[in-house]
Design a protein around this ligand. Structure first.
Ligand code: ABN
Ligand code: CU
Length: 676
């Protein structure tokens, strides 16, 4: 990632790799592998320095035994795949030493699939004679009208191969909505051998037909297809202007400053955007560290249909495909409006060459209504402060779905992460007389949008006023004293019950709406002078559905991270992905990631911890989600809770009619005329 405007002379240790660094790392690896050219570069990414080293570098901890490092070597973590054998090579390259410093050969594991492998798979699948023959049986002879979305298989009984199942669709024109014309068979394809291995034709469930007639009715949403006449004519422009420019600044390409917030932005092929070293400047100018590192570390989209081949639909869009790999290049004026700071991303392709995503990350400010207001009803004096948030976002396209991924920072210390799910429902074909219930909704004739969940896992490595933190669960309950008791005489009493987690086992917890459950990251060494409690930030993930597939199912065992709302683990530099590093085709019985790391009970109290906060949506598609889905949101929020000495936003200056350039709506058409 590089700033569109300025070059970075010397990288910060957490800066993503530059194009030049990617080129150099690939060259060092090529030289090391010599004549052997039977491999592709799966990923080349920054090997992040150990947290302990970074804390010294940042001055966030002091050590009498260890000096503050002035520079940290730039290291690259590379994953290569041999073709056709599928052997995986993990290599570490030290760019300062121009050397490969470690090389592991890994058997039986599948790394994240990248966009170049997906495009290659689609080309090969559509050339296959058996695929063409299946299309002919459905009455389709023009293969240029057929499209293949290569999905991971979840887990497959065929072992040792890098597999995708292709979901096939037809298009009536190159930019038609293909999800309106699903085909009824899925080729199973080996990415390393570049071969179709099998074709699975889905069976009709309650139909008199053996194969459906593919629905070819168009369900368009692009304006050029809808036609000018169908577009609304009564929308007047809203313009967002910031006549004095923006209130944020970006230093050295990745260091972001906005009012009292400071942070470092990074980006990688897997998690996409990563927020590092987040701090807030308090009223007395003390810089208070809050989070060391935060990212969307995994997600799973389990589908509900129990029949072949659809029971293999369980997308881990972070670990299987990579949010960085799936990131869009954003468009000024539509994806983000107003004055926008963009950062470009640089990833790598199958040859180990840099691959640029211009305008990958959008940084801007938004007015979010009132931050606070009070009117004195006696004097009529009112004071209102408007709330503004800093938005840092990127948008990913995961085949049919698109996810807007938004970090928000507010003036009162609130941190929010929001996912906006949009794009297109994943659809399957039905025969003319077939129904979809109870596993899907018929969103257009013969088009079945199967029920599913979107479950996300946020990795939050906190740093509240120091590296040692704890987590407390806070439930709000009615007093258990009977009505009439001296301490509950009229029965109104309720209170929060706080339980600090001591161990990884205690910390595996579920959301509870009835108990208004929240969690609090606290620093037990720092007692708030007024509240007489440890300083803290509360965490909320409401409303969070449970993972619906059953224990013992493939998806439950592979995505066990989603079976709890919160997990807390002791910090470990190697534990970044809650479904495991090699989650592509992971073995259910291995329970990779969080369940494996927490098999043994470990202390999580007053130590360096990581919180894994899960949230999501259970999506029963609506007809109105088709042909393109209006945004559905979910997310988490962190709020200071007895961290500051008062509302940290009280110093927001009042806004006025002049400062906001507000005006009455047009008299002739609106409210004032009607005295409203
Ligand atoms: N949602 C599964 C997926 C993501 C990206 C590409 C193909 C399939
Ligand atoms: Cu959905």
């Amino acid at each position: 990632m590089s700033s569109s405007s300025s070059a970075t002379p010397k990288p910060h240790p957490l800066d993503p790799l530059s194009a030049d660094e990617i080129r150099r790392a690939a060259a060092i690896i090529r030289e090391k592998r010599g004549q052997d050219t039977s491999y592709v570069f799966n990923s080349l990414t920054l090997k992040e320095p150990a947290k302990q080293q970074m804390m010294l570098y940042l001055g966030w901890v002091n050590s009498s035994s260890q000096p503050k490092p002035v520079t940290i070597d730039r290291e690259v973590f590379a994953v290569l795949i041999d073709r056709p054998s599928g052997l995986v090579h993990e290599m570490t390259v030290n760019l300062d030493k121009s050397a490969v410093t470690s090389w592991n050969k890994v058997e039986g594991r599948q790394p994240t699939i990248n966009i170049f492998e997906m495009l290659e798979a689609e080309r090969e699948i559509l050339k296959d004679e058996r695929v063409k023959d299946q299309c002919r049986q459905l009455g389709i002879t023009d293969m240029s009208m057929v499209y293949a979305d290569p999905w991971g298989v979840g887990y497959h009984e065929i072992k040792g191969k890098r597999l995708v199942q292709a979901l096939l669709y037809a298009r009536t024109s190159p930019d038609d909505n293909q999800y309106a014309h699903p085909l009824d068979f899925n080729p199973l394809y080996d990415l390393n051998a570049k071969k179709v291995l099998d074709i699975v034709v889905s069976k009709r469930r309650n139909s008199s037909f053996e194969r459906p007639v593919i629905p070819m009715a168009n369900h368009h949403f692009l304006p050029e297809h809808l036609g000018e006449d169908r577009l609304r004519k009564d929308i007047k422009p809203i313009e967002i202007t910031q006549p004095q420019g923006v209130s944020f600044s970006i230093r050295d390409g990745h260091q972001l400053h906005w009012q009292k917030w400071d942070m470092h932005l990074s980006f990688n092929y897997r998690e996409g955007l990563v927020i590092n070293n987040l701090s807030y400047r308090d009223m007395d100018s003390t810089v208070r560290p809050i989070i060391y590192r935060m990212s969307l570390a995994e997600m799973v989209v389990p589908y509900a249909n129990p029949y072949k081949p659809y029971n293999h639909k369980m997308a881990f869009d972070v670990g299987e495909y990579g949010l960085g790999n799936l990131t869009n290049s954003l468009e000024l004026g539509c994806d983000c409006v107003g004055k926008i700071g963009y950062l470009d991303a640089v990833l790598s392709d199958l040859n180990g060459d840099p691959w640029h995503i211009p305008n990958a990350i959008c940084i801007h400010e938004e007015d979010t209504g009132l931050l606070f207001k009070h009117s004195d009803y006696r004097t009529g004096k009112a004071h209102s402060a408007r709330s503004r948030r800093l938005v840092i976002s990127h948008i990913v396209t995961a085949a049919n779905y698109d996810y807007g991924l938004y970090y928000y920072f507010y003036q009162d210390g609130t941190i929010q992460y929001e996912v906006k799910a949009t794009g297109e429902l994943n659809t399957q074909v039905l025969a003319e007389d077939e129904d979809a219930a109870p596993y899907g909704t018929i969103v257009a004739p013969q088009v079945d949008a199967q029920h599913h969940q979107h479950l996300f896992s946020m990795r939050i490595d906190p740093m509240l006023d120091g590296p040692n933190n704890s987590v407390a669960e806070v439930d709000v309950v009615a007093s258990d004293l009977p009505v009439g008791h001296p301490h509950n005489s009229v029965g109104n009493s309720f209170y929060p019950v706080t339980k600090v987690f001591n161990t990884t086992d205690e910390a595996k917890t579920m959301a509870s709406v009835e108990r208004h459950r929240t969690w609090k990251i606290i620093n037990e060494s720092k007692i708030h002078p007024y509240a007489k409690q440890p300083v803290g930030f509360k965490m909320m993930a409401h409303p969070t559905p449970p993972l619906l597939p059953k224990p013992g199912s493939i998806v439950y065992e592979r995505a066990m991270f989603a079976s709890k709302t919160l997990w807390v683990t002791p910090h470990n530099d190697k534990q970044l992905y809650p479904g495991g590093f090699y989650c592509y085709q992971s073995e259910p019985s291995e329970n990779l990631g969080l369940p494996q790391w927490t098999k043994e009970t470990q202390n999580v109290r007053d130590t360096d911890i990581v919180c894994w906060l899960n949230f999501g949506i259970t999506h029963i598609p609506r007809v109105e989600d088709f042909p393109i889905m209006p945004i559905e949101t979910c997310g988490i929020m962190l709020k200071p809770a007895n961290f500051f000495l008062c509302n940290p936003g009280i110093d927001i200056p009042p806004s006025t009619r002049q400062s906001t350039k507000s005006a009455y709506a047009n008299d002739a058409t609106c409210c004032r005329k009607n005295n409203l």
